[in-house]
Design a protein around this ligand. Structure first.
Ligand SMILES: [Mg+2]
Length: 261
């Protein structure tokens, strides 16, 4: 039997939509910036310090240490203290463990309370939830991600949370994607993966035969031009078109999809 002609968008209509969480649905970058601003406000050591530069330093240290924490080389608390000792040392702070821990504790309180979604994330999930099985595939701790989803008001919009901690493998390892597809009862061909991290989310998905959509919010360069890219989760209609292709009709109407693109 001849195969069905391809859709105008040249991909299979997905039934499963997978998302990364940190810096894809949860705005880690801007939450961390805001928290650093509050954590350093009023401290003479940070007078005149460029906060963007401080954020970049924090971000580099975090990126370097996060895989080691996931690999169990440091406990979470230990890593947090070490991270802040490295960040604070050039400013003459955090020399003692207690001082670094105190700063880290205060900062993490701000970071938690200032959490915000990536603009457009909530309307996007609300639009997808009735029509697709929606999963989160994340390299992070389960308790932290559960709490984060609850605070962001996303828990009820997600069908499955798949964490590297639960699976025992981190993206781009195919194992974590396999578990996600098992949990959501989908095949790679009917899934799409949306994420900001080129290696973990894009290459990881491609290796599994899942179509990736790269969220490139910060002007990165796309290494593979055939990979779909979005630079924001807004406007909703354009983002939906990139992620799911033809826009689904509201529930209750005919199960087929209408291409409004
Ligand atoms: Mg991410």
């Amino acid at each position: 039997m001849p195969s069905q002609p391809e859709s105008p968008l040249h991909f299979v209509r997905p039934t499963v939509v997978l998302f990364d969480l940190d810096d894809t649905l949860f705005d880690h970058a801007n939450t961390a910036r805001a928290a650093l601003a509050v954590s350093t406000a009023g401290l003479p050591e940070f007078q005149g310090v460029d906060l963007e530069q401080l954020y970049q330093q924090y971000s580099e240290i975090l990126e370097e240490m996060h895989p080691q924490v996931l690999a169990g080389r440091y406990s979470y608390e230990e890593a947090r203290r070490l991270r802040f000792q490295r960040l604070l040392a050039p400013y003459g702070l955090g020399a003692s463990n207690a001082e670094a821990e105190q700063f880290a504790h205060r900062h993490y309180g701000h970071y938690q309370s200032l959490r915000r979604p990536v603009p457009g994330a909530l309307p996007l999930l609300e639009a997808l939830k009735p029509h697709f099985r929606v999963g989160i595939v994340t390299n992070n701790r389960t308790s932290e991600q559960k709490e984060k989803l609850a605070q962001l008001g996303m828990t009820h919009l997600i069908d499955a949370l798949i964490t590297s901690e639960d699976v025992g493998a981190t993206k781009p390892n195919p194992r974590i994607y396999q578990v996600a597809l098992e949990r959501l009862q989908g095949s790679p061909a009917e899934a799409v993966m949306v994420g900001d991290n080129w290696l973990a989310d894009v290459v990881g998905a491609l290796d599994m035969g899942i179509r990736p959509v790269w969220l490139n919010r910060f002007g990165g360069t796309r290494a593979l031009p055939h990979v779909d890219e979005i630079t924001s989760l807004e406007p909703l209609s354009e983002v939906l078109l990139k992620i799911t292709g033809p826009v689904p009709l509201p529930i209750g109407e005919d199960a087929d999809f209408v291409n409004k693109g």
